[in-house]
Design a protein around this ligand. Sequence first.
Ligand code: ADP
Length: 268
Amino acid sequence: MPLTEKTPATPAAAGTPAIEFKDVEKSFGPTTVLKNLNFTVAPGERVTLIGPSGSGKTTILRLVMTLEELTGGFIYVDGQPLTFEERDGKRVELPKKRTREMTTRIGMVFQQFNLFPNMTVLENIIEAPVHVLGKSKAEASREAKELLERVGLADKADAHPTRLSGGQQQRVAIARALAMNPEILLLDEVTSALDPELVGDVLGVLRDIAETTDITMLLVTHEMQFARDVSHRVMMFDGGQVLEEGPPDQIFNDPQHERTRSFLSSVL
Ligand code: ADP
């Protein structure tokens, strides 16, 4: 036992990481996008990935959501392997059923909303809670309505997504992700496809989630002020590698690498 214990400034301290990348490699055919990538995200930590287009940020989120095949290394969620595990020194793929169980703990919101266009807003939100978690329609609908209230769309339950603005659709997509009660929320440039006047409402909802829940968040965004306000840590990527990382104040005010400085001056 240590004689003194320090209280961590951020959740990034003791215990099992919410997310761990271990020697991760990702190739698309002959093109290697990520190589020997190692990092962890602590439970409740909010980490923003920044960096130039093509540096591998979206690929990282998609690997956590198991939307891309992991071509090398391991990803752990709450200390448990997600798609591959190490057994007797070998890399062994997990049964698909196990991977699917693991991904029920993870929610993702995409740039293009990806709502089901043939379903109402409410049906979109209750789909997975009913079919994946086995909740009753009544319970899922009750929770969905609470979530719609939370994202400011209580009156849109019966609307079809196509009748909503992009910002409203994105707030539905956030409610849909939250309906699964995820431990981890992945946000991939969720405001990039929106008209500028609609961005604020979506960021407002995300700020509220950040302030009122302890969901672990891994996000890619070009909204640097938002990143600064909600993140515990910012990781600057370049060419599939972490170039530098630190608290937002450090990365934004005192970047150590010229590459980070030039990236920030291009987006700020
Ligand atoms: P970022 O999010 O930082 O812009 P991405 O993760 O989207 O970067 O892409 C990283 C690299 O991987 C890019 O060079 C991109 O062209 C490539 N890439 C991403 N998805 C695919 C794919 N499905 N097939 C081939 N190459 C891909």
